[in-house]
Design a protein around this ligand. Structure first.
Ligand code: BG6
Length: 505
């Protein structure tokens, strides 16, 4: 791969995201030669760390990738730490001096990439100081990567976007949604647009319903303070789930390019029905976990988590039905479900096809569903922890007589391949270095997603009712199951026992 010349400045360099995701991803890019002699990283945060301390942290965070001693030393020597108060303009002058120095030292051609990995309250302040202290007057590119959350509702997102737009052009703004860096999310376009058997039936004539599940067994861990103000709707639905939905629902782009894909995703999001309050009540369920048991381990309820109010009404679970009002999707429910402390970690998409119009085999009681029809064909896309897809069909059981049996065609990547799959952040960093914004969210997408989600949040905020309780280790409150039952459907997602039994999960 071609070597990239860049100075990366990370705001929030001591934080969890930088340590867990960014440094290991940068190291992977270094190993592949994308970053070699001509790169430098300035880490900034409040803490008064020295370069030596910073190097120790970098070394620690890449340990799992088993670097040689030489790699470790050479890689971390490109990292510089600068203690920084984001509100103090004089600190930007120091940063500018260091940037210019590193630019010369490593011959970076004045390419600057800024990564905002800290509290969103400061995003506006940081970018305005980058401009006022003339840090962007460079001959190379200057781009900014912004971590989620991008606002906490449409109004705050709009305001933030205005602030950033004063400084950066839309094409230089890379809003992260790390789901877009995941292998199987990128694979969605291949599944749809490289296979005529799917794309030709990808519509309301053949598809009964679509289900998007992002289940997590983890609780809120150390992020109680953030999560309690956010909740599952804003944490997962406004971004990841609506992005997945747009990729599933969009029309084929005229070219596989950033501009064309974005245009189609935006159109798909614009077709998602913005509900009335009554429709929200009818189509959305929110829950909150109580104490329970996952794999023989007991977990406390949400109210006992650190930094969570003991009477918190924040939802840790959302299930809902969304409708896409256009020619292709009219009448097809998109069911979505996500939550913390569910049965197990498993992000999956199920496309449930309509059954054949008439069951020739209806006397075959083995194959028939309760209503006497055959089980539907289902395309399942496994996003994580396993990756791959499967297609459920009906076939004849071997032997005398005629009994139909469900058959599953399955392609799942082995754990070895999954280990070598680039981490989402590695892909996204490389895209930003290449100036490719396809896998980042455009402002129009962010804006429309907030419009869809705001009415749901506002409806809940007006109610006295608390989220419905569900025990840790279950798949949410019973109302989330009833949501589908009232339309004659059921959730397809099941725990991945086969993989679990073999110790592969
Ligand atoms: C983040 C959310 O965006 O996604 C977290 O803030 C959540 O609450 C995480 O745990 C899930 O990501 P992944 O890649 O583990 O599915």
């Amino acid at each position: 791969m071609n070597e990239k010349k860049v100075l990366l400045t990370i705001f929030g360099a001591t934080g969890d995201l930088a340590q867990r995701k960014l440094y290991p991803s940068l190291f992977r890019l270094y190993r592949k030669g994308v970053l070699a002699d001509h790169f430098a990283v300035i880490g900034t945060a409040r803490r008064p760390w020295s370069d030596e301390k910073y190097h120790q942290v970098i070394t620690e965070t890449i340990k799992d990738l088993e670097p040689t001693a030489a790699e470790e030393k050479e890689f971390s020597s490109h990292f510089y730490y600068q203690s920084h108060d984001v509100t103090d303009t004089s600190h930007y002058d120091t940063l500018k001096e260091l940037s210019n120095k590193l630019d010369k030292k490593y011959q970076l051609e004045e390419n600057r990439l800024f990564y905002l990995a800290m509290s969103p309250n400061f995003f506006g302040t940081i970018v305005s100081h980058l401009k006022s202290q003339k840090m962007l007057e460079v001959d190379g590119f200057h781009r900014v990567i912004i971590e989620k959350p991008f606002g906490s509702d449409y109004a705050s997102a709009y305001k933030l976007n205005e602030e950033i737009n004063q400084v950066f052009e839309e094409d230089d703004i890379y809003r992260i949604d790390h789901y877009l860096g995941k292998e199987m999310i990128q694979n969605l376009s291949a599944i749809r647009f490289a296979n005529n058997i799917f794309e030709s039936i990808w519509n309301n004539r053949y598809i009964d319903n679509v289900q998007i599940n992002i289940a997590e067994d983890l609780g809120v861990e150390e992020r109680g303070g953030y999560y309690d103000k956010s909740g599952a709707l804003k944490d997962m639905v406004q971004n990841h789930i609506l992005q997945i939905l747009s990729l599933l629902a969009m029309e084929p782009p005229v070219a596989f390019s950033e501009k064309e894909i974005r245009a189609e995703k935006i159109k798909a999001l614009e077709a998602v029905r913005i509900y009335s309050e009554n429709e929200v009540r009818e189509n959305f369920v929110r829950g909150q976990y109580t104490a329970g048991n996952i794999e023989d381990k007991n977990f406390e309820g949400y109210h006992s988590e650190a930094n969570v109010a003991s009477d918190s009404t924040t939802e840790t679970f959302v299930a809902g039905k969304l409708l896409v009002d256009n020619f292709r999707w009219s009448g097809v429910p998109f069911y979505i479900r996500t939550g913390k402390r569910l049965t197990e970690k498993g992000s999956r998409i199920n496309i449930i096809f309509k059954q054949v119009p008439f069951n020739l085999f209806k006397n075959d009681i083995n194959a028939a569903c309760d209503n006497g029809s055959l089980p539907p064909n289902i395309l399942t896309i496994y996003i994580q922890p396993t990756e791959g897809f499967s297609l459920s069909l009906n076939g004849k059981e071997i032997g005398q007589g005629f009994t139909t049996v469900p058959i599953k065609l399955e392609q799942r990547n082995s754990s070895e391949i999954i280990e070598n799959t680039p981490e989402a952040y590695e892909k996204l960093l490389l895209d930003a270095l290449n100036g490719d914004g396809t896998n980042f969210t455009h402002w129009d997408e962010v804006a429309q997603s907030w419009r869809i989600v705001d009415v749901i949040r506002n409806t809940w905020d007006k109610e006295d009712a608390s989220p419905l309780p569900y025990s840790a280790g279950t798949m949410g409150p019973k109302e989330a199951f009833e949501l589908l039952e009232k339309s004659g459907s059921t959730w397809i997602w099941q725990p991945d026992d086969w993989y679990k039994d073999r110790g592969l999960l």
